[in-house]
Design a protein around this ligand. Structure first.
Ligand code: UDP
Ligand code: MG
Length: 361
């Protein structure tokens, strides 16, 4: 079934730009002002997939308003806030382009680099082009430090193919997107999954700008969650920490045993509250840490077994609303025809509710 304007014009989409956005009303006008001319100048059939990640502000209304004058803008609205990576998944799942660029809404990653990415991918036949931050001086010292630790750790865990300082600004070929879509992973961290795929890749460097407007949607709690998902998604090494801690504690215990027996033999056994208390607290803490680590992995198994979708699409403006079947109007008071099924509430495969698209400009 043909979908959307581009398909109606039988023009295959060359480039999709996927932009997850959550409460980005402040930055949206600036984003449109900068992104649109870049794509127009590029001169290839394109679509901009704005994934509204359950925004509670005016983001949906603004998107609808921009769509009236920008036919290439497509809005995929999620039912509720599902998180940056899940919103990205929704966009990648639905993007139709031969190449797909993912971009943050806050203009920290410059849209002006998109033509360079596309040109590099086409010229050298690459499947992945990373946007790599050459300069992060606009980020806070704390963010730069945590990012440095994060990338060093990730390169150890997921291999040296993980480019340092590459966030979620990247270009993927259709083959790479299809490979990602085929993965069963639920708690996805794309900055690790993409290099792990092993496709030929290149880089485009840029200076990371400060957020143009609005506030970060990655407070410390979410950064920690991303780091935990990154580690547990790629390595079982933390589980071995329990073994090492257990081994270390055993050696310490042997030493303490010698000390205790000596003290007992010398008759100096009564004072000992401090050492006893410290020992109990230490062992308790070690056990809790180990149980917590185990819990993270059990949690992943639990989520994988549940196998629930990570997002629900409320509507996608590129998917036309179903044309209702003409049903004969029953005579007033007549009983429904035998065997007549109630009208389905939705025809989507993922609990999606179709909405009539806005009139085209
Ligand atoms: N985002 C999202 N859902 C969320 C959190 C963030 O779609 O639950 C989007 C956000 O609108 C932005 C991108 O993810 O386009 C990156 O977020 P942000 O710029 O706040 O992160 P930071 O750059 O501060 O790490
Ligand atoms: Mg940002």
């Amino acid at each position: 079934m043909p979908e959307g304007r581009d398909a109606e014009r039988h023009e295959p989409v060359v480039l999709s730009v996927v932009i997850p956005m959550f409460n980005e009303e402040d930055v949206l006008p600036a984003l449109v002002t900068r992104l649109r001319p870049v794509l127009t100048e590029l001169g290839v059939p394109h679509e901009v997939v704005a994934v509204d990640d359950g925004s509670g502000d005016r983001t949906p209304e603004l998107l609808d308003a921009f769509r009236l004058g920008w036919p290439e803008l497509r809005v995929v609205a999620l039912r509720r806030n599902s998180g940056h990576q899940a919103a990205l998944t929704a966009g990648l799942d639905r993007a139709r382009g031969a190449y797909v660029v993912s971009l943050d809404a806050d203009l920290q990653d410059p849209p002006e680099k998109i033509p360079d990415m596309l040109a590099l991918a086409r010229r050298e036949g690459l499947d992945i082009v990373y946007g790599v931050r050459a300069d992060r001086s606009s980020d806070s010292g704390f963010k730069r430090w945590t990012a440095g630790v994060y990338y060093r750790l990730m390169r150890r865990l997921a291999g040296p193919s993980v480019p340092a300082q590459a966030g979620d600004f990247r270009l993927l070929s259709r083959a790479a997107v299809d490979a990602l879509k085929a993965l069963p992973d639920q708690q996805r961290v794309y900055r690790l999954l993409v290099p792990w795929l092993g496709f030929p890749s290149g880089q485009v460097t840029y200076e990371r700008a400060p957020r143009t407007a609005g506030r970060t949607k990655y407070p410390l709690g979410r950064m920690i969650r991303l780091a935990v998902d990154s580690v547990t998604g790629f390595s079982a090494a933390p589980l071995r920490i329990a073994t090492w801690l257990g081994g270390g504690a055993f050696v310490v215990c042997l030493g303490l045993l010698v000390y205790t027996l000596t003290a007992f033999a010398l008759g100096r056994t009564v004072p000992g509250w401090t050492s006893l208390f410290t020992g109990i607290v230490f062992i308790g803490a070690v056990q809790l840490v180990c149980v917590g680590l185990l819990g993270e992995y059990v949690g992943r198994i639990y989520t994988a077994v549940q196998n629930r979708p990570t997002y629900f699409v409320r509507h996608d403006t590129a998917v036309p609303a179903p044309v209702p079947e003409p049903t004969p109007t029953p005579a007033p008071g007549a009983a429904p025809a035998p065997g007549a099924a109630p009208a389905p509430a939705s025809d989507g495969t993922d609990g999606e509710e179709r909405r009539v698209p806005l009139p085209r400009a």
